[in-house]
Design a protein around this ligand. Sequence first.
Ligand SMILES: Nc1nc2c(ncn2[C@@H]2O[C@H](COP(=O)(O)OP(=O)(O)OP(=O)(O)O)[C@@H](O)[C@H]2O)c(=O)[nH]1
Ligand SMILES: [Mg+2]
Length: 294
Amino acid sequence: MVFGQLVVGPPGSGKTTYCNGMSQFLKLIGRKVAVVNLDPANDALPYECAVNIEDLIKLSDVMVEHSLGPNGGLIYCMDYLEKNIDWLESKLEPLLNDHYLLFDFPGQVELFFLHSNAKNIINKLIKKLNLRLTVVHLVDAHLCSDPGKYVSALILSLSTMLHLALPHINVLSKIDLIESYGKLAFNLEYYTDVQDLSYLMYHLDQDPRAAKYRKLTKGLNDVIEDHGIVNFTTLDIQDKESVGNLVKLIDKSNGYIFSGIESSAVEFSKIAAGPTDWDYYRYPLLFSILYTAI
Ligand SMILES: Nc1nc2c(ncn2[C@@H]2O[C@H](COP(=O)(O)OP(=O)(O)OP(=O)(O)O)[C@@H](O)[C@H]2O)c(=O)[nH]1
Ligand SMILES: [Mg+2]
């Protein structure tokens, strides 16, 4: 069984930086990591890349050959990758023995709630290669500084969760910058826990532009609250403790924590229902490796 993360999120939310930081952290705690770049627009990669979509197709070539702009070109590249999934499978196969996989995706969010190419690629890989993957959806914490943008972030997160239908963790990235945006309308837990959104309506009403769309925003808030599945974890990619806490959540969501454990279904469900720290306490070796590293 092979474990890993699918790193997605809007442009500039920090996906490539995250893959770099996360791969370094995972190596530190003893995992063999392979980063897979599936963004054909990623020119200067900060990490050493095990597989690069650029070796299959180049965005610049597509734009010239098919007279497409960068976004249309990107969709073409993802369609091309889906048609040539054998290429990706053959590149991944040698890594499957002992690597943990990190997939760096493009920032065009329409790939994750509109088009089916990225979803088909992911599902084919999961099925054919027996992968256990968690979606790590990065959203810039800056969006908390504006109630309207925060609602957009919630809707985007919900759509991505429903579209991909995989273990999923929403992350507020670049949390190190949050104080520079001024005082937030609520404390950070309000945003991470997605608490009562009716309080947000009051703040939206203070802005004449937002007030115009009150009914729509209220409807969107109701959709988010009815589903009740969106929340966020905060991440400072330069802080080992912050990265370590996220790793624990991811390990639980994709089943990494259970790998190599011979136990009954009852034991597994106890672990699944318990708090994350308890898992590491229960498995002292893993716990000590993790905490020696951070
Ligand atoms: N302060 C701060 N800056 C960050 C962080 N993560 C990323 N950045 C910066 O944000 C910018 C965008 O980061 P990327 O990692 O390229 O973001 P991306 O999501 O891969 O961007 P696209 O691939 O274009 O969608 C870069 O200038 C990074 O240095 C963070 O945690 N804190
Ligand atoms: Mg990137």
